[in-house]
Ligand binder design. Sequence first.
Ligand SMILES: C[S@@+](CC[C@H](N)C(=O)[O-])C[C@H]1O[C@@H](n2cnc3c(N)ncnc32)[C@H](O)[C@@H]1O
Length: 507
Amino acid sequence: MDWTQGYASGTPYTSGHYREQSPSFLAYLCALHGYTPPDASAPFSYCELGFGRGLTLLVQAAAHPHAQFYGNDFNPGHVAEAQQLARAAQLDNVHLFEHDFATMAQAELGLPQFDFITLHGIYSWVNAENRQHLQRFIQRFLKPGGIVYISYNALPGWSGMAPLQHLFARYAEANPGPAERQVAGARQLLEALAEHDSAYFKDQPGAARRLASFNQTSVNYLVHEYLHPHWRAFYFDQVAAALGSAKLQFVTRASAATIYENLLFTPPQLAMLAGIADPILRETVRDYVLNIGFRGDVYMRGAVRMAPAAHLAWLKSFAVVAREVKPEQRYTTRVLGREMQGKREHFDAVYQALATGPQTLAALCSLPAFAHSAHVVPLQVMNLMIEGGHVLPVLPGWVADGSAAWRLNRAVAARAQTSDEWQYLASPYGSGVHSHLIERLVLHALLQGMAPSAAAIAPWVGQRLGELRAQIPGAGVAGEHQALVQSAVADVLNQSLPAWRRLHLLP
Ligand SMILES: C[S@@+](CC[C@H](N)C(=O)[O-])C[C@H]1O[C@@H](n2cnc3c(N)ncnc32)[C@H](O)[C@@H]1O
């Protein structure tokens, strides 16, 4: 077999960043659920299996410069591109391998034991043999007390959609050629099926909606999501059983908010779930209640419970730091298709405190708004804000060391001049931060020494946007709309820049 092992490798993947893979976030989730996490504020080792374009790994390496980050992807184009960015940012704590999963699992590569192993967008997309290699790697290289994050397409949510994937993959098999052409051909076939009153699309309106959504989806994503002949969706219990054989124990979904079950489920649903004694069956049934089609899960090997007093002390010294939040997003968080809301006065009290810098749970507990509450109330506000991306988690004992993050951010901002693909910056508080194209162009301009004024920066930004043929909201081709560009640059300087300073995204 060729090196691709049946994986559609002709087209590079999208360059995303997934905060669920952040060691700080994962350590927090385990601690939230009462388990002693690896100490992510001290030196640790981390491995990402199948890092794709590598942005998640590089952002995390820059955000945790005291730790060592390893990763593999068998696509040489992916590895070369990630190496270029790592070199541009002079990240010396990143070790990138072009090996396949079999080599990672079996060979003597001198790898250390890992505190964190993560794999996003891998498990459902490779064949059964490679899934075995992934399990074997985890079995061999995860430290006792270590954390695994794994995502996969899940059932029952995919049950109506799986036939779409099946036809994509079969069409590709029957029509060898460039992946982009296979995607286009398969889409035409599916659209013809939908137009010609096929009972499948009539009975599965969700599938028709999914098909229509492909107009807004990048071809690279469609290739990697739909074209694989070995693609498979799993029930939660199937993955839990497979990972159980590597001595892993399920901790939680990779979410700070799903712990609030009363906000996710109705009282009768809660009563039904409470009647299921087996925790694995109960978690599987939750997926039926919510019709879950994708899971990101956190497992530990040897999950050790903290004593209640130690747990409370850990949580009380845990902090959050504010991001920039749009007014319409301030009070709500969407979780697994459900809208979760907190009390406005509680959220406002926390936002106000965060304006002065990171706040621990202990500090929030002493705010007048929480005078009559137990710590669980401000903790819930923190968790809903974390989940909504309104704040970033900061682990106890964290010392924000910025130089690696600043070097990466400089390199990422410089790339905005030629492409909008690399969209995440690193915060030395241990997280990645999304940024839009104009933000990154402004950041580049500032780092190049331009005066922090919209009048000074906007003409240069307008020129770059024109070259990139980038749209800005409310305009056609951005380069023709200098006034809009100037107001967008002013917004970045007035709103994003203060938030970046709070998050130490720049010196
Ligand atoms: C869907 S992409 C996900 C990439 C990345 N984790 C992300 O979420 O952005 C799957 C990645 O796995 C890599 N891959 C697939 N099979 C592999 C194998 N057998 N060994 C190593 N890498 C593999 C592909 O090259 C691709 O980059």
